[in-house]
Design a protein around this ligand. Structure first.
Ligand SMILES: O=C[C@H](O)[C@H](O)[C@H](O)COP(=O)(O)O
Length: 240
């Protein structure tokens, strides 16, 4: 456990008051781990957006890194921030990925995908020498299972996969956006699966992965190396 140098109390900077949220404070803790010359995986979501924004500031000041994005939205934001983006398909290995999560526990298990990006996020995380999750205190759990587990479904397999999910005692709800099915960056459907309990996430992840038509899910059980969580301005670091 490490107490952070980043505080949430307002501080004077250039004559104005800065008040940082816990999401931003966690992002700054991870930013300190980025070294010049790295290829950095950029996560998706509101917490990762703070990391992208601050990394962009450093790049515009001359810090040299390259990056891959875990979603089209992050790619757009990163490009606008001046971060050089390379195509992930041209890479086998990423040095460091920094991403948010919907829920984490001290086993370094995470549920991700409320933003629909978990398929690309997991691929980039798996390719990364190191993955850091950044989170505010609301994401911490004694054991993951509170957040629904998003599942990415090939549209062709929709009803078959929903039936299979119910056989696993999940309550899948197809994600809707603008009165139509939500589509991921890959053009697939997403079902958010509530489980009454998640006593064995490893078994659940294996069962989900075994259903034909499921292309990915939001259980991240092996990818996360470090979690920086910020609560009331105090950062806690948890390592695998
Ligand atoms: O698909 C979205 C990602 O997994 C996000 O990293 C996750 O949902 C956390 O997002 P936020 O930081 O906005 O809570």
């Amino acid at each position: 456990m490490v107490e952070s140098i980043f505080g949430s109390t307002p501080s004077a900077a250039a004559g104005s008051l800065i008040h940082r949220s816990d999401k931003e404070i966690a992002a700054l803790a991870a930013l300190a781990e980025v070294e010049a010359g790295m290829t950095v995986g950029l996560g998706t979501g509101s917490t990762a957006a703070f990391f992208v924004s601050h990394l962009g500031e450093r790049v515009r000041a001359g810090f040299s890194i390259a990056a891959v994005a875990t979603s089209l939205s992050t790619e757009n934001v990163a490009r606008r921030a001046g971060i050089p983006i390379i195509a992930f398909e041209d890479l086998a290995t990423v040095d460091l990925t920094v991403d948010g999560a919907d829920e984490v526990d001290d086993r370094l298990f995470a549920i991700k995908g409320a933003g629909g990006a978990m398929l690309r996020e997991k691929i980039v995380a798996a390719s990364s020498r190191r993955m850091i999750v950044i989170a505010d205190g609301s994401k911490l759990s004694a054991a993951i299972g509170r957040a629904p587990v998003p599942v990415e479904i090939l549209p062709f397999a929709r009803e078959f996969v929903l039936a299979e999910l119910r056989r696993l005692d999940a309550e899948p709800v197809l994600r809707i956006a603008n009165d139509a099915y939500y589509h991921s960056d890959q053009g697939n459907l997403i079902a958010d699966c509530a489980f009454a309990s998640l006593p064995d996430p490893v078994a659940t992840a294996a069962a989900l992965s075994a259903i034909p038509g499921i292309l990915g899910h939001g259980l991240f059980l092996t990818e996360v190396d470090t979690i920086y969580s910020a609560n009331g301005g105090v950062v806690t670091r948890l390592d695998r």
